[in-house]
Design a protein around this ligand. Structure first.
Ligand code: FMN
Length: 166
């Protein structure tokens, strides 16, 4: 469980490719996530092409780190695979978090780049990725070998803990 506590958003990367075996492990971790009614609506787009990473960094307002990242993974959902309306968001969020944690265990650094529910952003990214009409992009994940170190954070405080009722 140490990965949970070591994970931070890493936005600076070494000029070093992520190996194919590691990319496979990230994707295996993603699909190990739970999903509503086991609907598994997710699709993943692996992006390594520098030009495409640069273009995504231009389209998304908070994704400049993609300009130096060797890899991005788009976590998308096929809405036609839904059994329970709208739960694709949680399904794909769980998959996204799994990728972030697996990245830590593989000595990689990563950051969640939110797309849905920012409508314009989601639409622009999905269009650029040539996703079909029935597909939405929940997140992009920027991944690489870390070139920055961040310490652990302790965010637990009594203020946010309630016993029995609010
Ligand atoms: C739903 C979601 C969307 C996010 N979108 C972005 C983003 O667009 N760009 C970015 O640089 N970081 C993004 N982040 C990362 C957060 O900024 C980061 O998790 C937060 O500042 C806490 O820092 P930590 O991840 O290092 O603990 C996002 C995180 C989440 C969960």
């Amino acid at each position: 469980m140490k990965e949970i506590f070591e994970r931070r958003s890493i936005r600076k990367y070494k000029n070093q490719e992520v190996e194919a075996e590691k990319i496979k492990k990230l994707l295996e971790a993603a699909v190990a996530a739970p999903s509503a009614g086991n609907e598994q609506p997710w699709h993943f787009i692996v992006i390594k092409d520098k030009k495409r990473l640069n273009q995504l960094a231009e389209i998304h307002p908070y994704a400049k780190m993609l300009k130096e990242a060797p890899l991005a993974i788009a976590v998308c959902a096929d809405l036609n695979k839904q059994k329970y309306d709208g739960f694709w968001v949680q399904d794909c969020s769980a998959a996204t978090q799994n990728i972030l944690l697996e990245a830590v265990s593989l000595d990689l650094g990563a950051v969640w780049i939110g797309c849905h529910p920012a409508e314009d952003r989601e639409k622009a990214i999905s269009e650029y990725l040539e996703a079909p009409e029935n597909v939405k992009t929940l997140s992009l994940i920027s991944v690489g070998y870390p070139a920055e170190e961040k310490g652990k954070v302790d965010r637990l405080s009594d203020e946010i803990i309630h016993q029995e009722k609010w």
